[in-house]
Design a protein around this ligand. Structure first.
Ligand code: TNX
Length: 511
């Protein structure tokens, strides 16, 4: 068959490409090392992608790159899984065992005028490197240099790997329901900035959003409401699996959260035997917190939790199960501790590592469980004392639902106003004396009491989520607000192409 449309002879015309500077690109997060060589690789209709053979995930990574190039340039780039022909104009995604790459998610990019070589030990590392490549492809083509379009890619070498292993964001799908497609769009945006975790807050007082086959009323009744009287909804197990698979293709781990023993009104309306606050339970569409609790002294409550943890764990390939544990204001202290210790055992029974909001460290839990620090420095210190790892989500720095300022259309401000610079200018490595050895990573939660659609959620998340990506990937030496804010302004064409309704912060000169 005549598939040789990109034969080398056709291309052997020397293009007079402009000088470039790889170090002046708009990369976010900033890579560890960049060495610029000031020439250019011509990305054009003759370019072809090759990937290592027999390397798990590499062909798929190649296809992902081709799709991304198509979205940005409209070029149709073929992806080949075969021996690399020695010719110019190729992007080669290579599985390499080099020791330098023996760090999870590490990659190297070697760009010369002849080829782009992306080396990584793992497909995950290759995928992170592909995001870098996507970002250095210029927004506009050169149309005067040849009788076809050319995108000059700056040459040089990038060596890169992340500072933190856990780089996450959380979507509260309980207070407001988001569709599968909306969650996927959020995943796409996270992936572009090298996030690797999406935490789904699946249950709260106002709604239960995940189908549990053994307890169908959770979604029938508990899923029927949202904050503000909207219509409710939930993910079927098939939909949840679809989200998990979509995230996995982007090397993003889903962390499911079932918040308990507080934040459980929706569960208790569905099955009143669960309720432990002594009051009659009714569906709830308001925004108060801390009024609900499970009955922590009934065996049947733990049998229920066992089913829920089992069904969700079976659909979740990632290592974590988040049990919530925050703001259980009407649970007696001793009952709370008893509860967390019992539920931790259930989480372990289904092979998962437990994560909980920082209050859970007041119970006697395993040092391998993880504390998500959101407000209590005392709890963070206790976690450190127990040798636990901590996910950094301090509300006054990392909460995506805090308003930018008093004029913000959406959001709360109980923790702080968080303008775009404040969100970026802090050092998680040295925050409130928490030792860096204990920090697993950073997560930016997006609580949804004040948003009623994905556009409003995007207004709160962007641009701040882009800054948290850099805080969790790049070294402190490579982070600098003055430099970052220019790169951030240059994200506008990407955000526009993705139809993101970001907040156009006046601190930023948007391109
Ligand atoms: C506190 S942060 C909560 C959530 C709210 C959020 C609003 C945390 C663990 N609990 O229930 O949605 O504040 O900012």
């Amino acid at each position: 068959t005549a598939t040789f449309s990109c034969e080398p002879e056709k291309k052997k015309r020397v293009l007079n490409l402009p000088k470039t500077d790889l170090a002046k690109g708009d990369l976010i997060p900033m890579p560890q090392k960049i060495l610029a060589t000031e020439k250019a690789f011509a990305l054009d209709q003759f370019t072809a992608i090759y990937t290592s053979e027999n390397a798990v995930g590499f062909p798929e990574a190649g296809k992902f790159l081709a799709k991304s190039i198509k979205a940005k340039t409209d070029l149709d780039i073929p992806v080949n899984v075969e021996e690399v022909p020695s010719r110019e104009g190729i992007i080669y995604i290579n599985q390499s065992d080099s020791l330098e790459l023996d760090i999870p998610e590490a990659y190297q990019l070697y760009i010369t005028p002849d080829s782009v070589i992306l080396n990584s030990n793992t497909a995950q590392g290759a995928f992170r490197g592909i995001q870098t490549l996507r970002q250095i492809i210029p927004e506009v083509s050169l149309d005067t240099i040849a009788d076809y379009k050319v995108w000059p890619i700056p040459t040089g070498k990038i060596t890169d790997s992340p500072v933190f292993a856990y780089r996450g964001s959380m979507l509260d799908v309980a207070r407001h329901v988001f569709s599968v497609d909306e969650v996927k769009k959020y995943i796409d945006l996270l992936a572009y900035y090298k996030y690797n975790v999406l935490h789904l807050h699946l249950t709260d007082d106002q709604g239960w959003r995940i189908e549990i086959k053994s307890w169908p009323k959770l979604t029938e009744i508990g899923g029927s409401t949202e904050v503000g009287g909207e219509k409710g909804g939930f993910f079927t197990q098939e939909q949840y699996k679809d989200i998990v698979a979509y995230a996995a293709e982007r090397y993003i781990t889903i962390v499911p959260e079932v918040d308990m023993p507080g934040h459980t009104n929706a569960a208790s309306v569905s099955y009143p035997f669960l309720n432990g606050n002594g009051k009659k339970v009714e569906l709830y569409e308001g925004t108060h917190v801390g009024f609900s609790t499970f009955d922590t002294r009934k065996d049947t409550v733990y049998a229920f939790i066992d089913d829920v943890v089992r069904e969700i764990s079976e659909m979740t390939p990632g290592p974590y199960f988040h049990i919530g544990g925050d703001e259980s204001h009407v649970t007696k202290k001793k009952d709370y501790i008893y509860f967390v210790e019992k539920v931790e055992k259930i989480v372990h029974k289904y092979g998962k590592t437990m994560i909980g909001w920082d209050e859970v460290v007041t119970a006697d839990i395993d040092s391998k469980s993880i504390a998500q620090f959101w407000s209590s420095k005392k709890n963070a210190d206790l976690a450190v004392k127990k040798g636990m790892k901590i996910i950094m989500s301090p509300a006054k720095k990392a909460y995506l639902d805090m308003q930018y300022d008093s004029l913000s259309k959406h959001g709360l401000h109980w923790a702080a106003f968080i303008p775009t610079d404040t969100a970026y200018i802090w050092t998680p490595e040295k925050y409130e004396g928490i030792p860096v050895e204990n920090i697993l990573g950073i997560e930016a939660p997006l609580w949804s009491e004040t948003v009623s659609d994905i556009g409003e959620a995007e207004y709160l998340a962007f641009p701040r989520a882009i800054g948290y990506a850099e805080l969790s990937w790049s070294t402190p030496e490579n982070r600098n607000w003055e430099n970052y804010k220019i790169r951030l302004g240059n994200q506008a064409p990407f955000l526009d192409r993705m139809n993101v309704k970001y907040y156009p912060s006046p601190l930023i000169d948007w391109k």
